[in-house]
Write a protein that binds this ligand. Structure first.
Ligand code: ASP
Ligand code: MG
Length: 396
């Protein structure tokens, strides 16, 4: 039995016409003798609208109840898609997470998949050619509905492909993965192959192409993900273990809304640094680019956090610094982080110098690197110039 997992994103099933189109596309695969496990997201902006509704009822919606609400979105789309497939005489059945046995941790709004009732799915595939399963949702051992975090149906698809040892195809309104966001830069090139590690860097850096956990799961189980457009037959992008083309820089991504936090005048004692970051981490804040400098036997620490996390941050940071009366905190808003990612950096020399050359007349506030990435922090007003210059330098 040749099984393929196909995932259709919310914009691919946004209305009745699109659902019918998708049903035909699935039928084509069945005609080629495949058994198709289809994972679907909620129609169009359904999830956004449900969240809005919840927030009209309650300032802080109860997490379990929020998931109870959000899972309804995917349930609508699987039922409608199955109806459309039935009308095309395809043998099909829709399943929600409860029926498909998608078990997750109990972290409401951000659960992780733990196991599937794969025996049941395989048995159903003996009878049906297509199973249409809700993305994004799971259940706990206690039988509560959970969701996997925004964009989580990619993860549902890859996890089920891993469990079935099947190919995984992810369809959306993007025809693949590009060197840079094609909405911002229409001349961006489509990438044919991108490695899991590059993809993980890109998605954690803000390229909203694939749910990062989906890529982590694919990497762990060595599942090739094919990303392509629902509505065209144009060749898409393969997310794979190794990239034979080995480009120095595969892609670029940008994260706006960065705030630089600087604490000056701390005593020269590095244990303090651990203490401060530990307290910040315990409150659940994500700290990014960090620099520590020693000025006249005092420590100055800078780091970035995203603006959306600022709300209670100042209060907690002040708490963490109570003992250090002489220290001062400053916040500088309106920064952006620009990163270039490429597996070829591991072996190729001189990438950093090309990066700095491209940005030579832009003041950089911070720089961080990993084996396959260079990132810099700059004022938003330089963002356009910086991205254009990097796209040119690295021929993206
Ligand atoms: N419907 C969910 C969302 O909008 C899940 C997904 O689209 O993957 O986040
Ligand atoms: Mg989506």
């Amino acid at each position: 039995m040749d099984i393929v997992v196909q995932k259709y994103g919310g914009s691919s099933v946004a209305d009745v016409e699109k659902i019918k189109y998708v049903a035909n596309k699935i039928k084509n695969k069945v005609n080629k003798k495949y058994k198709v496990v289809v994972i679907v997201s909620a129609m169009g902006k359904t999830t956004d609208n449900l969240i809005k509704l919840a927030k009209e009822i309650s300032e802080k919606p109860h997490p379990r109840e929020l998931d109870m609400l959000l899972t309804t979105g995917e349930q609508i789309s699987v039922a409608l898609l199955s109806m459309a497939l039935n009308d095309l005489n395809v043998k099909t059945k829709s399943l929600n997470a409860f029926q498909a046995g998608i078990f997750t941790t109990g972290d409401f709004n951000n659960a992780r998949i733990q196991k599937f009732k794969i025996g049941k799915i395989l048995k159903l595939l003996d009878i049906y050619d297509v199973l249409v399963i809700t993305g994004f949702q799971g259940i706990t051992e206690e039988g509560d509905y959970t969701t996997l975090g925004r964009g989580g149906s990619d993860t549902s698809a890859v996890a089920i492909a891993a469990a079935l040892d099947a190919k995984c195809e992810i369809y959306s309104d993007f025809s693949g993965i590009f060197t840079f966001d094609p909405k911002i830069y229409p001349n961006a090139k489509k990438i044919k192959y991108i490695t899991y590690d590059e993809m993980l860097e890109m998605s954690s850096l803000g390229a909203k192409v694939l749910h990062s956990r989906a890529v982590e799961v694919a990497k762990k189980y060595n599942i090739t993900i094919y990303c392509a457009s629902t509505f065209s037959d144009e060749e898409g992008t393969y997310v794979v273990t190794d990239n034979i083309e080995n480009p120095v820089v595969t892609g670029m991504s940008v994260m706006e809304n960065q705030t630089q936090v600087t604490i000056t005048n701390l005593p020269f004692n590095h244990a303090i640094i651990y203490n401060i970051f530990d307290k910040i981490a315990q409150k659940g804040f994500n700290v990014d680019m960090i620099s520590i400098i020693n000025i006249n036997n005092k420590l100055n620490v800078s780091f970035t956090i995203i603006e959306e996390e600022m709300e209670h941050f100042d209060k907690y940071l002040k708490e963490a610094l109570v003992e250090f009366n002489d220290s001062q905190i400053t916040y500088e808003h309106g920064y952006a982080k620009v990163s270039v990612v490429g597996i070829g950096m591991k072996t190729e020399k001189g990438v950093a110098s090309r990066f700095f050359k491209a940005l030579e007349d832009i003041p950089l506030r911070m720089v961080t690197t990993s084996e396959i990435k260079i990132s810099c922090l700059l004022e938003k007003k330089y963002l356009d110039k910086a991205t254009k210059s990097l796209l040119k330098e690295f021929e993206l």
